[in-house]
Design a protein around this ligand. Structure first.
Ligand code: AMO
Length: 434
């Protein structure tokens, strides 16, 4: 008999069915036993009255993978209004070892290190699984939106010869006796590929040797990158990024609606027009509001980002705010300065609920400007950048782009305090397993 998923049971009332999944919970009552079966689509109730099947169930602990055949029977009290009666149970593997927590409870009652240590089984909890369904929907939305706008998906090397973001937090590796690095971002390659396709995007892992133990940093995360050519300035980048956020949120609602409901996710407010504030104005507002002069600061501190997040919600009804015009010398070498405001750049960040979610901006595109920008940062040996700079020598249009941290996006969306709570198998200062 063909297997069906639990969600399809209502279509088979009165007929024999075959389900397969995990034993989510057993409830052994006096005259009857209930087996709650969990599969990819949800839960199904199986009613056991036959003493022999009941005796078999006694020896099949929670999480054992089984197949169940029986009759789909209408039962208003069961999930989906249908249960399975008269079952035969076939174990599909050995009885499961005791699980360190009860996966059938509405919430996983264990602390974060225990959950992460036991991730392979903890992730089966419906709420943890729902978190990652939302993550998958967000990625699907990223892809759909950019594909719809004519961007081409690319896949760039993760083993690279040069650091892209800064020399400090890069993992070095021994590459057949030579020094190589794990890619901190696809930055240089996505820019090069603008010279081929005009508009590109990539979804992939990136690596940061972050020595700090914070609730929003990982040493490996999923970067959602985009880059587009023939821009007028960074405002075109903001428009593309804003449309992408809208597409990601729509995809989460459409593709992961039941996960959103199960987790009680408060979907964020995103106005039709992006809220944009200049870096200098942001510092001025923060100084005025807090009574502490922060006007000379090179960057936004986490508490400043929090303040801006609250301001955007209060003043503009938006959970998102773009900050433009960060000081040039504190951004990466490829940052395009703002010709109208010396010292300031066309770099942007997007703050989501008070935390930086996206970085990006317009890039330099003339070869000579790169030589100068690298020299200003003490990099006079251009050999490591040779391939990249070739793209600039052979006619690169004005361009720009942006990158999201996927885990940051999901953490803010779900309003959880620690990024590790929404990361499948987090990597940090202390953790490389499981
Ligand atoms: P940046 O280094 O700011 O920019 O990274 C972009 C976004 O990635 C996320 N992020 C992280 N998430 C988890 N753990 C980390 N250690 C971590 N570091 C960064 C954040 C951040 O906003 N090449 C540029 C992007 C561009 O200009 O297109 C870059 O990588 O959400």
């Amino acid at each position: 008999m063909q297997r069906i998923l639990s969600a399809a049971l209502p279509d088979f009332v009165g007929q024999p069915v075959r389900l397969a999944g995990w034993i989510h919970r057993r409830r052994m009552l006096k005259s009857v036993a209930f087996l709650i079966l969990r599969d990819a689509a949800g839960l199904a109730q199986v009613v056991v009255t036959d003493p022999a099947v009941r005796a078999q169930l006694e020896h099949l602990p929670e999480e054992t993978a089984v197949a169940v055949t029986g009759i789909a029977t209408a039962q208003p009290a069961a999930p989906g209004g249908v249960e399975v009666t008269g079952p035969t149970i076939t174990p599909l593997t050995d009885p499961a070892a005791p699980v360190p927590f009860d996966l059938y409870r509405p919430d996983l009652r264990a602390n974060l290190p225990t959950i992460l240590d036991h991730a392979p089984v903890a992730l089966r909890h419906p709420k943890l699984a729902a978190t990652h369904r939302i993550s998958a929907a967000a990625v699907a939305g990223f892809r759909e939106t950019l594909n719809g706008m004519g961007f081409v998906e690319i896949h760039t090397p993760k083993i690279v010869g040069t650091a892209t973001e800064s020399g400090a937090n890069v993992f070095a590796l021994d590459y057949f006796g030579r020094r190589a690095y794990l890619a901190q971002s696809p930055q240089l390659y996505k820019q090069i590929m603008v010279g081929v396709f005009e508009q590109v995007f990539e979804v992939g892992p990136v690596f940061r040797a972050e020595p700090s133990d914070t609730a929003r940093h990982l040493t490996a995360y999923t970067s959602l990158d985009a880059e587009l050519g023939f821009v007028d300035d960074h405002r075109d980048v903001i428009a593309a990024c804003h449309a992408t956020v809208a597409g990601m949120l729509a995809a989460v609602t459409e593709r992961a609606g039941s996960a959103v409901e199960l987790l009680g996710v408060r979907m964020p407010a995103l106005p039709a027009e992006p809220v944009i504030v200049h870096f200098a104005d942001a510092l001025e507002m923060i100084s005025a509001a807090t009574g502490r002069d922060v006007s000379g600061e090179p960057d936004l501190a986490p508490e400043h980002e929090r303040w801006l997040g609250e301001w955007a919600l209060r003043e503009h009804g938006s959970d998102f705010v773009f900050v433009e015009g960060y000081p040039t010398r504190h951004r990466a070498f490829y940052t395009h300065p703002d010709p109208a405001r010396p010292g300031y750049s066309r770099a942007i960040d997007l703050i989501f609920r008070g935390v930086e979610l996206v970085s990006g901006g317009q890039r330099l595109h003339r070869y000579g400007d790169y030589v100068d920008a690298l020299a200003e940062r003490g990099e006079t040996d251009l050999t490591p950048y040779a391939g990249y700079l070739d793209a600039m020598r052979y006619g690169m249009p004005p361009h720009g782009g942006f990158a999201f941290g996927l885990e940051r996006f999901v953490a803010r969306l779900l309003d959880v305090p620690n990024i590790r709570q929404v990361t499948l198998f987090p990597r940090d200062l202390h953790r490389v397993a499981p």
